[in-house]
Design a protein around this ligand. Structure first.
Ligand code: NAP
Length: 281
């Protein structure tokens, strides 16, 4: 077997990417192996340089290196340039390294798979970290009418939106609210899409928003891969929901296509990701 692709990050041990990417390779009769490459800050330059070797296809990149890898690459696609973050590296035939960001389109494709349409939508986005940045850029590029970013640290949300706007020609209505601001209730009531891109809920207990704010007309998305208290509350209140597994699979499918030039077997990848996640619990 050839270890031609892997995940660069720290930590990486709970990732389900090896399971669903290997399933995609096997579906196409390829013997490639997707490895986990835990990488310290000191090792990052050498790790990325190793991707230039013959036989390598590239890598995925996760926390905390999505921005740190940018100067180590030869070229970036437009989306990776706009969000200053790379989650997929493709080794080209001449050994040069091309950086992409498939989180942005992966999020939009997952949203549409759940019946959500970002065009002309009023959106409330909880969070202003790295994944919220990809979501905000995706929503702006897809033609959202308004985006209200709610974050514990509103200054971070202001900076994020300034960067996103500078990278696009679109001009949606934008608003930043602190998590405890009374205006949050009104923004959620007037929205069609409610997205959690904070890490609140990873513990299986906490929720980024009071349940009584959630109305049945909303599509509620949580980027966390599992079913969180936030999604449980949303379902109890009659809203449609989606967890982060679909975005993970969609961004992975786009990465697979960039590495191989083949059509990603989405259903195969989704089933393998689901099974790997269930085996972890
Ligand atoms: P990040 O850059 O560290 O950002 C974390 C966000 O959560 C910030 O907005 C932060 O607010 C907020 N936060 C953290 N702890 C909080 C608390 N106790 N109370 C209130 N707010 C809090 O993380 P990230 O990379 O964006 O990831 C966020 C989540 O998305 C993670 O759960 C990750 O698993 C998930 N994710 C999913 C996918 C996918 O494909 N589905 C992809 C990427 C990430 P402050 O700004 O105030 O600190």
């Amino acid at each position: 077997m050839i270890a031609s692709v892997g995940l660069i990050g720290d930590p990486v041990k709970h990732s389900v990417s090896p399971a669903f990417q290997t399933a995609a390779f096997r579906h196409h009769g390829l013997t490639d192996t997707y490895m986990l490459w835990p990488t310290s800050t000191q090792e990052l330059t050498t790790r990325v340089a190793g991707l230039r070797a013959d036989g390598m296809r590239g890598a995925n990149v996760t926390l905390p290196y999505k921005t740190a890898v940018v100067p180590l690459l030869d070229e970036l696609d437009g989306i990776a340039t706009a969000v200053s973050a790379v989650n997929t590296i493709v080794r080209r035939a001449d050994g040069s390294l091309y950086g992409l960001n498939t989180d942005v389109l992966g999020f939009i494709q997952a949203l549409r798979a759940a019946g959500g349409e970002p065009r002309e939508a009023d959106c409330v986005l909880l969070g202003a970290g790295g994944s919220a940045r990809a979501v905000a850029y995706g929503l702006v590029m897809a033609g959202a009418r308004s985006i209200t970013v709610v974050n514990r640290t509103p200054e971070r949300a202001e900076a994020m939106l300034a960067d996103v706007l500078a990278a696009t020609e679109f001009d949606p209505q934008l608003q930043v609210l602190a998590s405890d601001a009374p205006e949050v209730a009104q923004a959620v009531a007037g929205a069609q899409l409610l997205i959690n891109a904070t890490s609140v809920g990873l513990d299986g207990r906490s929720s980024p928003l009071e349940a009584e704010r959630i109305a049945p007309h909303l599509l509620v998305v949580d980027l966390i891969y599992r079913n969180t208290p936030f999604l449980q509350a949303a379902r109890q209140r009659g809203a449609r929901t989606q967890n982060g597994l679909e975005m993970l699979v969609q961004q992975g499918a786009l990465a697979f296509e960039a590495w191989t030039g083949l059509t990603a077997p989405i259903a195969v990848m989704r089933a393998a990701a689901q099974q790997a996640l269930e085996e972890q619990t």
